[in-house]
Write a protein of this length. Sequence first.
Length: 255
Amino acid sequence: MRRCRLPVNKFIKEAKGRHKMNQADISDLTREKPFKPLWQVVYEGLKTEIITLKIAPGTRINEKSLAERLGISRSPLKMAIDKLIADTLIEKEPGHSPVVTELDFATYGQIIKARRAVECEAAYIAAKEIKPECLQQLQTVLQEFDRCTPADKIRCSELDDQFHQLIVDAANNIYISRMYDMIKPWLSRYRYYLAYYTRRNYYTEYPSYHEAIYHALSHHLSELARSEVVFDITRMENMILDLSYRFSNVSPESE
């Protein structure tokens, strides 16, 4: 899969009208979590904004301006940014300001390989060990999907995230969970990207993917659960490939 940068101009335009974390938000969060270090509160807030694309890929971070907007000193902000760099959500070269990591097709190819390795095995294990309460939670998510309309692309992306997280949790394996935690922020970024850039809502058009996974899990069919998760992952991969074909000849100047 070639390294073709996904266009972000749409996000930059839309981001102007979106609420960005500010000093009041930081005050509210610190009151809600009084024992959490300030840098961690800032880190979690910025991480959410990067994942949901409120901060667009490729955005250069002005630390002085951001610290002023959040009403904090540079020290906790630097700690938060360092953690985001460790998460690979932000990049920083010596002598340059931090930059939110770009989304590109080559990176997504690597994410898909990791996703297959982690989620398919999680589904296989989960089918053997899944508990009734987890099946009920999955059923609740499916019911939420049923209530969505084709316009509810963001909501469907969030539900997809919840559905797959529940499967990983059902495997009850701390090492699988840790591996999934590493790729989950990136998966979520691509889910949001698809929600913004694709005209169709594949979740409402093809509900059978999730229903088939649920069927396999509820009947404790491990091999089938693994296969159905492969199909669902491939569906999302094909959606990204569709964008690849659409944007393969797009240059930064023509976004």
